[in-house]
Design a protein. Structure first.
Length: 276
């Protein structure tokens, strides 16, 4: 019994020392902690298959590039060998044939370019002819009264004379004065004035192209507004005659936009024909 007590004391002392040592290592102030060994990360089967596929693809690309390069070298060597085995006469003939082919291609190119230029010129002429035809048709339609028109001009309002009724001759003179001043389109009381238009005296006013019209007479004219206004208001002109002789009121209004929607029927010519 006396022999076992020192062994127990030694064991107890070792336990105390180990405990003190572990406590010293676990102190927060020293910044040291027990080291825990981590298990190595396993590589998943999906990553392994992906790496294997990438490796196979790289090998395949390298082999394909090598095969293409080898084929190009063989073709280049064959071409060089073909030229090297040709005689001087054969080379001369080959060069001559190549030059002839180049000349033929250039000639064909020039022919195609000439055809293209001809087609372009014909197309331009056709477009120009179409433009002229449309312009002529429009001009003809306006002059003949078949088409409505609008533009700068004047509107003239002539009332019934206080001295005597305005006669057809004076109204026709007013129309002629407007034409001489450059009026391109004229209408009087909803009647389009054209080359065949006539004005006659009626019982209650005037007759324009067979249609009775009474006062006030409204004349619309498209043209240079200043020239048209001067033609009416000029001293001793038709405007003065309407005021002095007939006692009529004549009011001229200029405008940047005069609309003449009245149209005339197309006259049928019995004797006149177009020249072909």
């Amino acid at each position: 019994m006396a022999m076992r007590k020192p062994e127990a004391d030694d064991t107890l002392s070792r336990m105390h020392r180990q405990h003190a040592k572990d406590k010293e290592n676990d102190r927060v102030e020293t910044g040291s902690f027990p080291v825990v060994a981590r298990k190595p990360k396993r590589t998943s089967s999906l990553d392994a298959n992906r790496n294997k596929a990438r490796l196979i693809t790289n090998v395949f690309v390298v082999l394909l590039c090598a095969m293409l390069g080898y084929g190009y070298v063989i073709q280049l060597n064959n071409t060089r060998s073909a030229y090297e085995t040709m005689s001087e006469e054969e080379l001369t003939r080959l060069i001559s044939e190549t030059s002839n082919q180049i000349q033929q291609q250039e000639q064909r190119r020039d022919e195609l370019q000439e055809q293209l230029n001809s087609l372009q010129e014909a197309s331009d002429k056709q477009q120009e002819a179409q433009r002229i035809a449309e312009q002529n048709e429009q001009t003809s339609g306006i002059l003949s009264g078949r088409l409505p028109a609008e533009g700068e001009g004047v509107t003239i309002r002539v009332t019934h004379g206080s001295i005597e009724a305005v006669d057809a001759a004076t109204m026709f003179s007013l129309i002629e004065e407007l034409r001489n001043a450059g009026a391109e389109v004229i209408a009087i009381n909803d009647v389009r004035v054209i080359t065949q238009t006539y004005i006659a005296d009626g019982e209650d006013g005037l007759i324009c192209d067979g249609q009775p019209r009474s006062s006030p007479y409204v004349i619309k004219a498209i043209g240079d507004s200043q020239n048209l206004q001067n033609a009416v208001n000029i001293a001793g002109g038709v405007g003065s005659r309407l005021k002095v002789k007939f006692g009529a009121d004549v009011d001229v209004t200029s405008s940047d936009l005069v609309k003449i929607d009245e149209v005339a029927s197309v006259p049928q010519y019995r004797y006149a024909k177009t020249v072909e």
